[in-house]
Design a protein around this ligand. Structure first.
Ligand code: PEP
Length: 248
């Protein structure tokens, strides 16, 4: 029984007022859903939105956290600060942070440990570039991203990891992986996890697809047996689109 999850990643979009409006609009249109619905919003919005969503089925995610819990790290925010605000999830390993902030598997592994130590669940992003796919190394590359970042966790800890497969060439480009490509990679990811933790644990881990997922392709993607929902960027910035993806 895997949890189906739709998470909206607002990235660095929406000022606080606009964020409140979007959140209210989602709340108004959201019917009871058997899916977990998560909003990954800018840090500055978390405490205000935490009040807005109280009593609803929405959950909040941070878009990053530091790998230490406290200290002289000007401008950084720690997992304990998020946990203290009532945040449930943190996105780690997003390709934009790997690219623009030069985050590598080693650093992301430390962040995973810090987040889990504060009882945050981790949405761990992995995925290949177009060059890597064309070179035929995409399966090995994604396996390495998983092995190096979460394979040190024990059987209980790994259950707090949600994997988001996000082919870098599909993020924000309008180009989506076909449902075949996505399903094929999700099966691969599950088998990599099974090789370490066994089939039962692997079958319980939610694996989300991310990369230009929108109302027009969500149903086809989510109908695949190993796709357990989506991490949604651009289409999460509009309540109607986001709701229609949740319903897909
Ligand atoms: C993302 O950045 O996580 C993402 C999936 O973006 P988009 O949906 O805009 O491709």
């Amino acid at each position: 029984m895997r949890k189906e999850i739709v998470a909206g990643n607002w990235k660095m979009n929406k000022n606080l007022q606009q964020g409140k409006e979007l959140c209210n609009s989602i709340l108004n249109q959201l019917e009871t859903s058997n899916k977990e619905v998560i909003l990954a919003v800018p840090f500055t919005h978390l405490s205000v939105l935490a009040e807005l969503i109280k009593g609803s089925c929405l959950k909040l995610a941070a878009q990053n956290c530091h790998h230490e819990l406290s200290g002289a790290y000007t401008g950084e925010i720690s997992a304990s600060m998020f946990a203290n605000l009532g945040v449930d999830y943190v996105i780690l390993g997003h390709s934009e942070r790997r690219e623009y902030n030069k985050e590598d598997n080693d650093l992301i592994r430390k962040k995973v440990d810090t987040a889990l130590s504060q009882n945050l669940k981790v949405i761990y992003c992995c995925g290949e570039t177009l060059y890597e796919r064309r070179s035929g190394v995409h399966f090995d590359l994604v396996a390495k991203q998983i092995i190096e970042v979460v394979f040190h966790l024990n059987t209980q800890e790994i259950k707090n990891i949600i994997i988001a497969y996000e082919p870098v060439w599909a993020i924000g480009t309008g180009e989506t992986a076909t449902s075949f490509q996505a399903q094929e990679m999700h099966v691969h990811i599950r088998s990599v996890i099974a090789s370490k933790y066994g089939g039962e644990v692997a079958n319980g881990i939610s694996i989300l697809y991310g990369g230009s997922c929108k109302p027009s392709n969500a149903q086809e993607l989510f109908s695949q047996s190993d796709i357990d929902g989506g991490l949604i960027g651009g289409s999460s910035l509009n309540a109607e689109d986001f709701i229609s993806i949740i319903k897909a």
